[in-house]
Design a protein around this ligand. Structure first.
Ligand code: BGC
Length: 493
């Protein structure tokens, strides 16, 4: 069976990297290798997430949220105001665009909204992967790429999509990096994450960057909402279900947002919205308290382009899980006898093992773990025997279990905080957590571990009312809905 046939579709939740090409069979031969058993035992011990550890993480998440709401810079969690104070009602009408920049792909989307009766009349989208050099290039180059993609897409508009005469096309811009919002349609990039290192954007208003690029590319459109992907997911999911209170992204990176009462945000000092609520973007990827970390995590962090930052993200998200596993396997191959007396040098290349690879290995139910063998051969150029394949699967499971369970503890931390503020708001009724991102969508074991942790922490009674639900591509539609809500034109909804 070919490798392609054995790998599930795993989506785009990893950092794309140089093609693997044909496996190289460069092996160093060593003698005196030790058994890998103690390495595995230590890893499992260091990654363990029994209930007390989960509880500690959930409580720390709650405490960090409170500290971040009290004052800017009060904790690792930035608790950013989204300036979204009215969520979609279903009455939105008209043609709106969404732009989505946040991971390995860039997406453009248009939607024709038909109000309560017709809802979403039509949608169309296009997706392109972001060339690696743009992730490390200049701000102008990246935003020009986005603006020209948007221009091409807008030219193909037709069919069910109609713009009333005399109006500009309006865009919801989903920009999935930490941004200090200054209004619903402006915000300053705090820093890049997820392997992006574009020069000239941090400290600037990203909507201004996009506007300038649109001008250069001759695009006459208006950004009416700047939205984080978690916020877009919450808005998009809420369009269909009023019980959505929290949204979580688990993809290349990770984040969560939730509906907060304005009077529970001390740092706001008197700003008010019409209904007294807003969405807070937690930027929980930066959380770091009480996490069970290993030497492999620390080494990966040290070698990263943002050492000491985004520690929760580096422990639970799609960009990093495969890389952590690679580091463990490298240790087992170097110091132990994982692959007998040979040491596959290819395994020493950072990010050569991706999260979709470890996901595919974990789906292998064959008795000889054939797919595991093929992937190891392809990635590391190594012929692994059955014993080695089994160990590799155990390592993947250990890292994925820790990631999924910690993500679950994070969710419980948010729910706890909301319940603490308004008794009965969360635990007394059906509450929905909208989930999106390729890691959550495509990794069944990860999803299972996350749900287990939520159930363990909340107990079976309360957790029956807490629905953790995949909200596919909600963030694109959500951004378009927020563009509709913030349209500069008079709306008839
Ligand atoms: C970013 C967030 C984003 C998340 C998921 C993180 O790296 O800081 O803003 O929501 O990734 O895309």
């Amino acid at each position: 069976m070919s490798l392609a046939a054995t790998c599930p579709a795993v989506g785009s939740f990893y950092l794309s990297r140089s093609p693997r090409g044909t496996p190289r069979f460069k092996m160093a031969v060593r003698s005196g290798a030790l058994s890998v058993a103690p390495i595995l035992t230590n890893l499992q011990k260091d990654c363990a997430t029994p209930l007390p550890v989960l509880r500690h993480v959930a409580d720390a998440m709650e405490a960090d949220m409170l500290a971040g709401l009290a004052v800017d810079g009060g904790s690792d969690l930035k608790m950013i105001l989204s300036y979204v104070d009215s969520l979609p009602s279903g009455n939105e009408k008209g043609l709106f665009y969404a732009l989505d920049l946040g991971g390995t792909n860039f997406r453009v989307l248009r939607v024709q909204l038909g109000g309560k009766e017709e809802r979403v009349i039509a949608t169309e989208f296009e997706q392109v992967s972001i060339p690696q050099d743009l992730m490390f290039g200049t701000s102008e180059k990246l935003f020009d790429f986005i603006a020209s993609g948007l221009a091409e897409f807008a030219l193909k508009e037709g069919g069910k999509f109609h713009l009333p005469p005399g109006r500009l096309r309006e865009i919801g811009f989903t920009f999935s990096f930490p941004v200090k919002q200054t209004s619903i349609d402006s915000g300053i990039l705090i820093k890049w994450t997820k392997g992006f290192a574009v020069s000239g954007t941090a400290g600037r208003d990203v909507v201004a960057c996009l506007n300038e690029a649109m001008k250069r590319q001759g695009v006459n459109m208006r950004v009416s909402a700047l939205v984080n992907d978690a916020v877009g997911t919450l808005a998009g999911a809420r369009y269909w279900d009023n019980d959505i209170m929290v949204a979580v992204i688990l993809g290349t990176g990770t984040n969560a947002c939730y509906v907060e009462r304005l009077d529970a945000i001390p740092k706001l000092q008197g700003q008010i919205s019409s209904n007294g609520k807003t969405i807070i973007n937690t930027e929980w990827g930066a959380f770091s308290t009480g996490l069970p970390l290993t030497v492999y995590d620390r080494e990966m962090d040290d070698a990263s382009i943002n050492p000491g930052e985004q520690i929760f993200e580096k422990t639970i998200s799609g960009m990093y899980l495969g890389e952590i596993v690679r580091r463990v396997l490298l240790k087992m191959a170097k110091d132990g006898d994982l692959f007998g007396s040979s040491f596959p040098e290819k395994l020493a290349t950072p990010f050569v093992l991706s999260t979709p690879d470890i996901c595919a290995m974990q789906q292998d139910n064959s008795s000889d773990l054939q797919a595991v063998g093929s992937i190891l051969y392809d990635v590391a150029g190594v012929e692994a025997n059955l014993r080695a394949r089994k160990i590799v699967v155990e390592v993947c499971d250990t890292i994925v279990k820790r990631g999924g369970r910690l993500a679950g503890a994070g969710i419980v931390g948010i729910l706890q905080k909301m319940e603490e503020d308004s008794k009965g708001l969360i635990f007394g009724k059906r509450t929905v957590v909208a989930m999106d991102g390729g890691l959550y969508e495509n990794y069944p074991q990860y999803r299972g571990y996350l749900q287990d942790a939520v159930t363990e922490l909340l107990g079976s009674d309360i957790s029956k009312n807490v629905v953790i639900e995949h909200s596919k591509d909600g963030s694109g539609i959500g951004a378009a809905l927020l563009a509709a809500a913030n349209s500069k034109y008079e709306h008839d909804f």
